[in-house]
Design a protein around this ligand. Structure first.
Ligand code: MN
Length: 726
């Protein structure tokens, strides 16, 4: 067996070859440090533990990554498995290496227990959210690859779990990052543990065909090489049988026999430039018959993960189909190593690629992933766009996705409302935390509960971020704490009344309170108090309504007799007031005050008891509401406008404006300039900085009103203009 030290020397040689300017002492220190730290720990295969980080570093070197990545790969299990701390690593190897190791450690703690697609996508997202630095993911992939290569030494159950996790999470990540070589190896090893019987069959059959396949591929290879060199195209031609998992997938998803898998054989041609790619394609189509519809130009249209090549399927001389991939060396690098190919150590740039360059590439990669699934993922990958989400774990390893800034309370309610309601404390990563503690990505959150818990506290509403928790807490207060809610509600209602200068007696008046209660569909006063108490409605809102109601009531008492008299008088002079009532002549007409209809509005009449017909707009709330009531429904009759010329009609509009000096004057003067007669103008300022103006105007018809409203809307500071509609 080769010792770890010997292996390390081989690694040094590889590194020095692709990165001659490297500070090799630093890497050696990392190796020695990790070896010391892991001490006598052994791997399941009986080797010294250091062989594992060493193997991970070999993979990282094979990808061609930078010095920090190599150090971090060697140190990647130190924080998790030894006494070494972040600070220790930072002191010796700097902040970057320490942060990467910390990142890998966090990902190592991610365990995968669920097979639900939704959870998986969350997990993948979380990996990226937690990683922050893409090098963390690349090292994690190297770590996983070596663990997969040595999977035979652990229990069968673990083998299956880890293989499933690899298949569902790490292989897709490698794929998305364009790292085909790692992806294939991860898939091939995983599938052998996940479906050993089927894989044995495939492997056995491939073995039997091996010589035949070799001969076939060699024949094509020789013929192609000859042809291309005749035409002066320098190239490398290689042939292979497709990798295990892609054969497996084809056979099982398309239900085919191995011999029926069309592109089992693949020939790859690597050339120097793009022009040659298309030249080679021409030669191949001359030598072999192309299968129609199989040509794909991924050079013109790269795959979402930046993969580029020309693909064609042709039929060989023996009638056996095969696939040809044609690409340049640069495309080959990208195909094998994906994102890492662009991460590689680059000579003459101080060994480091500038950050913008790295991220420009990641951005391009992401922006080119157009399908919806990939878009979802792109959102996930853009680390800085994660500002709005946080991913944490249950002690069972399920991922919970919460709004950024969420606290253990949000977490508890996202598990179940009962967990939230019985919460008595919270632990994050094994430590007790206050309820206000903001959760971070990757935290493991445990909620302590007790059946004797008093339930949520009102302060919690200030601490939470998720609407779900808010609703559940309110729900609880609504149900569980009726008595308390009533007291709380009564107190805040009375405080709000004092604030608005309304006495309790005024508020409780028979003309006012029942209206308020029925409008908000509260059966009794207590119900209203309870609703205020649990936060279902604000006391301020109710008091505002109340104030409006009081105002109308007092106005009604003053105005009604005069108005009624006037109405009657008007009716006598102009009996129809521009309204024709179906089947009735000369009847008393009144215009409803709730919706103040004017000519041009679609209208309807209501036969009142003793006051003639009251005319409403057809979109009036009162009309619509009363249609549901059978006793009243029959009292509506058809009416229409007639002969309205030269008569002015009063109607009410509501204007919302932002508080600013002079705005009320501006509103009034717009109406003046239009010669619209104002009969009443009433502005109320609330403490929210918005002023509500109710204006009664007199116009000839709807067109006049509509254009006046449009002019009002154009006044700076006016946020809404609408007609009062009941
Ligand atoms: Mn490891």
């Amino acid at each position: 067996m080769i010792s770890a030290i010997e292996k390390y020397h081989d690694l040094e040689a590889v590194i020095l070859e692709y990165m001659p300017g490297v500070n090799i002492e630093r890497i050696r220190t990392a190796f020695e440090f990790a070896r010391e730290a892991h001490g006598t720990q052994l791997r399941k295969d009986g080797n010294e533990y250091i062989t594992h980080p060493l193997a991970a570093a070999e993979i990282v070197a094979e990808i061609g990554m930078d010095e920090d990545s190599l150090c971090a790969a060697l140190l990647h299990d130190c924080i998790e498995d030894t006494d070494v701390t972040h600070e220790d690593i930072e002191k010796l190897f700097g902040n970057d290496v320490a942060t990467i190791v910390e990142g890998v450690t966090k990902l190592t703690r991610v365990t995968y227990t669920s097979v639900e697609e939704e959870q998986m996508e969350n997990l993948r997202k979380m990996l990226f959210a937690m990683a922050q630095d893409i090098r963390v993911i690349l090292i994690k992939l190297a770590d996983r690859l070596h663990n997969m290569r040595t999977l035979q030494f652990i229990s069968e159950e673990k083998q299956r779990n880890i293989s499933l996790e690899t298949m569902e999470m790490y292989a897709p990540i490698a794929h998305r990052l364009g790292m085909q070589r790692i992806k294939w190896e991860l898939e091939d090893i995983s599938i052998r543990y996940l479906d050993p019987v089927a894989c044995e069959d495939i492997i056995e059959e491939l073995k039997q065909r091996h010589i035949e396949d070799e001969t076939f591929l060699n024949g094509i290879q020789a013929r192609l090489c000859e042809r291309l060199s005749e035409h002066g195209i320098s190239c490398q031609v290689s042939g292979r049988v497709k990798h295990l998992y892609s054969v497996y997938r084809k056979m099982f998803s398309e239900n085919k026999l191995l011999s029926e898998v069309l592109d089992l054989h693949a020939i790859r041609v690597i050339v120097n430039d793009i022009a040659d790619c298309y030249n080679v394609l021409g030669h191949i189509h001359e030598l072999y018959r192309p299968i129609p519809g199989c040509f794909k130009d991924y050079i013109g249209t790269p795959k979402p993960n930046m993969y580029q090549s020309l693909h064609t399927n042709v039929i060989g001389s023996e009638g056996v189909p095969f696939e040809v991939q044609i690409r340049t060396w640069e495309m080959h690098q990208t195909a094998e190593y994906g994102i890492a190919a662009h991460w590689k150590y680059k000579e003459g740039k101080g060994g480091k690629v500038a950050d913008e360059e790295k991220f420009a590439w990641v951005r391009r990669l992401l922006e080119s992933q157009q399908d919806s699934d990939a878009q979802e993922f792109m959102h996930a990958l853009k680390v800085d766009m994660f500002a709005d989400e946080v991913f944490v774990f249950t002690p069972q390893g399920d991922v919970i996705n919460l709004p950024f800034g969420s606290t253990p309370i949000d977490f508890a309610y996202s598990i179940h409302s009962e967990v939230g309601n019985r919460m008595t404390g919270a632990m994050v990563n094994g430590r007790m935390v206050p309820y206000s503690h903001a959760l971070s990505n990757g935290d493991i959150v445990k909620i302590l509960t007790s059946n004797s818990s008093k339930g949520p506290s009102r302060d919690w509403l200030e601490l939470i971020k998720s609407p779900e928790a808010r609703n559940k807490i309110r729900q609880w207060f609504k149900k569980e704490k009726r008595e308390e809610n009533i007291i709380h509600g009564k107190l805040s209602f009375e405080a709000e009344l004092r604030h608005a200068n309304i006495t309790l007696a005024e508020a409780m008046h028979d003309d006012v309170l029942p209206k308020i209660l029925s409008r908000a569909s509260f059966g009794a006063l207590e119900e209203m108090y309870a609703a205020i108490g649990y936060g279902g409605i604000s006391a301020q809102k109710i008091v505002n309504k109340l104030r409006d109601e009081l105002r109308t009531a007092s106005k009604y008492k003053k105005d009604e007799p005069e108005q009624a008299a006037e109405a009657i008088e008007n009716t006598r002079i102009k009996p129809t007031r521009g309204i024709m009532v179906e089947g009735l002549d000369n009847c008393l007409i009144k215009f409803a005050r709730c919706c103040t209809p004017i000519p041009g509005d679609a209208v309807v009449g209501f036969i009142t008891r003793g006051y003639g017909v009251s005319v409403h707009r057809q979109d009036c709330h009162n009309y619509i509401k009363s249609l549901m009531e059978p006793e009243e429904g029959g009292r509506w009759i058809r009416v229409s406008w007639s002969d309205t010329e030269g008569t002015l009609y009063a109607t009410t509009i509501d204007v919302q404006v932002l508080d600013r000096t002079g705005i009320v004057v501006d509103v009034a003067s717009v109406l003046n300039s239009l010669n619209v007669k104002i009969t009443s103008f009433n502005a109320r300022t609330s403490n929210t900085g918005v002023t509500a103006i109710t204006i009664v105007v007199e116009v000839n018809n709807r067109d006049e009103l509509v254009s006046a409203m449009a002019k009002l809307m154009a006044v700076s500071g006016v946020t809404d203009v609408k007609r009062t509609d009941g």
